[in-house]
Design a protein around this ligand. Structure first.
Ligand code: UT7
Length: 334
């Protein structure tokens, strides 16, 4: 190990989910579905739904304030805020700038990063680079999404899958040998068609027609995303481990994007990682897009599962298509 090498780790974490819970039984009342179908096909039992007044930056702000407290860091110390989201409050200004104002991080630069459900992994890797180069010391990386605002609640293929939430981490220099050891990021725009919101951008600006054709809602070809995800999660995890000079046998906890338990278990099987080492909490939150990994990480920490020196693999996939993984050697936050 090069003694002058900088190690960048998670100094604090915070999450937030809206109060309102929507169960599978609630969906039985509005679309042709059943608790049995949703549970067996996805693993989801309930999800959180933001109120009419709550937008993504509100969820992100609450998670960010908790992460700052957990990291014993004042807002003034934050040099950069990255909000990873597919559901920004508006096209511009960025949700990151809205968070910057809300938390009064007066010394911070701020931008949004769009990598769909891979957002948290992309954001983490991006944040690390700014600290490695010496440009910044502390970066706030937030995965936040309010997918309930962009799903069609008459489309049973998509509406049952998603929920709202946010997770934030403060990144900074950590002890030698700990923190983010290696990562792997990927994209394949040829699969962009499988998961998109076609309306409201510069391709199809919002009109009465785009609204009537429901182009402002999330569209997904579920089976195509499913096939892609299983292979992608395995491949990128292996590459990230290799870049960290580690193997699957070194992994303590696999913390995957929470979209579907069948995807997670198929990916774990490909990697030969036992399910006892996989963190799953999508039964409670559904797919919260960029928020799933920090929500799962914090829950595993609170449950006392993660110990010092554990090797964690965060792995995500999503719109773009994008996918990626990040290997972390854990060190207690305080
Ligand atoms: O985070 C990245 C974004 N998304 C994902 O990761 C999701 C990836 N995809 C998936 O998780 C799965 O593909 C789904 C859960 C979306 C669907 O599961 P599937 O096993 O691939 O089912 P399917 O789409 O092939 O549909 C099977 C049947 C269809 O009926 P027919 O055509 O066989 O009669 C669907 O219409 O299930 C039907 N179906 C439903 N039935 C009851 C689809 N949604 C529902 C529903 N309730 N909510």
């Amino acid at each position: 190990m090069n003694q002058s090498e900088k190690f960048i780790g998670i100094l604090g974490i915070g999450t937030y989910v809206p109060e309102k819970i929507m169960t599978n039984l609630d969906f039985e009342k509005i679309v042709d579905t059943s608790d049995e179908w949703i549970t067996t096909r996805t693993g989801i039992k309930e999800r959180r739904i933001a109120s009419a007044e709550e937008a993504t930056s509100d969820l992100a702000t609450k998670a960010a304030l908790k992460a700052l407290e957990n990291a014993k860091t004042s807002p003034d110390e934050i040099d950069l805020i990255i909000v990873n989201t597919a559901t920004p409050d508006m096209l511009f200004p960025s949700s990151a700038c809205l968070v910057q104002e809300n938390i009064k991080a007066k010394n911070a630069a701020a931008f949004d990063l769009s990598a769909g459900c891979t957002g948290f992994v992309y954001g983490l890797v991006t944040g690390v680079q700014f600290i490695k180069t010496g440009l910044y010391k502390k970066v706030l990386v937030i995965g936040a999404d309010a997918l309930s605002k962009i799903v069609d609640f008459t489309d049973r293929n998509t509406c049952v899958l998603f929920g709202d939430g946010a997770g934030a981490v403060v990144l900074g220099e950590t002890e030698q040998g700990y923190g983010i050891l290696g990562a792997d990021l990927n994209s394949d725009g040829s699969g962009g068609e499988y998961l998109k919101i076609a309306g409201g951008g510069s391709r199809n600006p919002a009109t009465i027609e785009t609204l009537n054709n429901k182009l402002h809602y999330l569209y997904m070809n579920g089976p195509e995303v499913f096939k892609f995800a299983v292979k992608a999660m395995g491949d990128t995890s292996l590459r990230a481990l290799k870049k960290s000079n580690l193997t699957v046998n070194d992994v303590s906890w696999f913390i995957p994007h929470q979209a579907n338990t069948r995807i997670i278990s198929a990916a774990a099987k490909r990697l030969k990682i036992p399910m006892e080492q996989v963190v799953i909490n999508l039964d409670k939150y559904g797919n919260t897009s960029a928020a799933t990994i920090p929500l799962a990480l914090e829950e595993a920490l609170n449950d006392g599962k993660i110990k010092n020196d554990d090797i964690l693999v965060f792995v995500g996939f999503g719109a773009g298509l994008t996918w990626g993984a990040c290997v972390v050697k854990w060190r207690s936050l305080c």
